[in-house]
Write a protein that binds this ligand. Structure first.
Ligand code: NAG
Length: 138
């Protein structure tokens, strides 16, 4: 398993996130979804209902800027996801997103962003997408 506790910002391609829970699996925050900088919190990704088998699962944050645009992604962790695995529970430490990116970004989402092979082509057709749950940055 690769694990990077990064606070870097990923300029990823756009993806349809919110309504794709069934296709991309489900993500939840264990306990309170209000988290402060430096706090460790536990998240669970569950691929049981996902249409495809994830190859990787990244946990990201994304908020909404004052002009209504979505912010860049904040990468919390990146993981390989074995084919025989269904659930990934992971402890994450919240970076100081408000200090680094600004306190005017609101409506934060915790996203589980997956990559997967579309059917069984050679070379593989690698797709990506995500599902999300609201998170409050205290
Ligand atoms: C994963 O999701 C399935 C249903 O999609 C559920 O039955 C199972 O209990 C979940 N597992 C965990 C650990 O939450």
């Amino acid at each position: 398993m690769r694990f990077f506790a990064l606070t870097s910002v990923l300029a990823a391609a756009t993806c349809a996130l919110a309504q794709e829970a069934a296709r991309y699996g489900a993500v939840s925050i264990d306990g309170s979804n209000t988290v402060s900088a430096g706090q460790t919190f536990s998240v669970t990704y569950n691929s049981t209902a996902a249409r495809y088998t994830p190859k990787t699962v990244d946990f990201l944050l994304q908020g909404t800027m004052p002009n209504g645009d979505r912010s860049a992604y904040v990468v919390l962790a990146r993981n390989d996801f074995p084919a025989d695995q269904d659930v990934l529970q992971q402890d994450l430490t919240m970076p100081d997103v408000t200090a680094s990116l600004g306190s005017d970004i609101t409506n934060w989402l915790l996203i589980s962003y997956i990559t997967y092979n579309y059917d069984d082509y050679t070379p593989p057709v690698v797709m990506s997408g995500g599902t999300s749950t609201p998170i409050n940055l205290a």
